[in-house]
Design a binder for this molecule. Structure first.
Ligand code: GAR
Length: 218
């Protein structure tokens, strides 16, 4: 596949950007169907910005505190994405709620990774809440973004066991290893056209096996 046919992807981060790094590394493979063309952070101090720049990816902060409200911040974000010719957005630890208008403008073209097996444990503190609930399996989910938080159609999930003696940190450490496998696999399915939205659900091209990326477990 030539460079020209690769999907232009932007990654949005708020923090250290370890999922961003896994996407950048995967996209370095010649046959990966997406190229990471831009990284944006809503916090100037986000560690992900330096890591993206070190990988040679254009990386910019759009400081949300400099904007009077959510709509003007989202408009600035949208303008940057369009100026860069972005076709698909990957949220990777982007901890700011996006307005309905922005989400609808990027409907079907925006993915998120969430650290739980959705629809369980939407929102924050997912690992502590999984432990509190006593589930035996936990994990992560890549899904299309819809206006309702963490509620969009699911592309791919990876499961990990919850072990005796786990605390939120040990469980998070087990989940993040799977996040780093799952997000590149899910992005490859979507950017390569093997997974797509149909009637509010994700459907896979005939012949695509779960092991191609939609389901990972230990
Ligand atoms: C990841 O665990 C990601 O799933 C989570 O934040 C972490 C970011 O880490 N995202 C959310 O909780 C979104 N609601 P990273 O910056 O190292 O990729």
């Amino acid at each position: 596949m030539s460079i020209a046919t690769k999907t232009r992807v932007a990654i949005l981060v708020s923090g250290r950007g370890s999922n961003m790094v896994s996407l950048i590394e995967a996209a370095g493979a010649p046959d990966f169907p997406a190229e990471i063309a831009l990284v944006l952070a809503n916090r100037p101090e986000a560690g992900g910005l330096a890591r993206a720049a070190a990988a040679g990816i254009p990386a910019r902060a759009i400081d949300h505190t400099a904007y009077p409200d959510r709509a003007t911040f989202d408009a600035a974000l949208d303008a940057e994405l369009r100026a860069a010719g972005i076709e698909l957005v990957c949220l990777a630890g982007f901890m700011r709620i996006l307005s309905t208008g922005f989400v609808e403008a990027w409907a079907g073209r925006m993915l998120n990774i969430h650290p739980s097996l959705l629809p369980l444990f939407k929102g924050t503190h997912t690992h502590a809440r999984a432990l509190e609930a006593g589930v035996r399996l936990h994990g992560c989910t890549v899904h299309y973004v819809v206006p309702e938080l963490d509620a969009g159609p699911i592309v791919a999930q990876a499961a990990v066991p919850v072990l005796a003696g786990d605390d939120p940190d040990s469980l998070a450490a087990r989940v993040i290893v799977q996040e780093h496998r799952l997000y590149p696999a899910a992005l490859a399915l979507v950017a390569g056209g093997r997974a797509r939205l149909e009637g509010g659900r994700v459907v896979f091209e005939a012949g695509t096996a779960p092991a191609d990326g939609a389901l990972l477990s230990l």
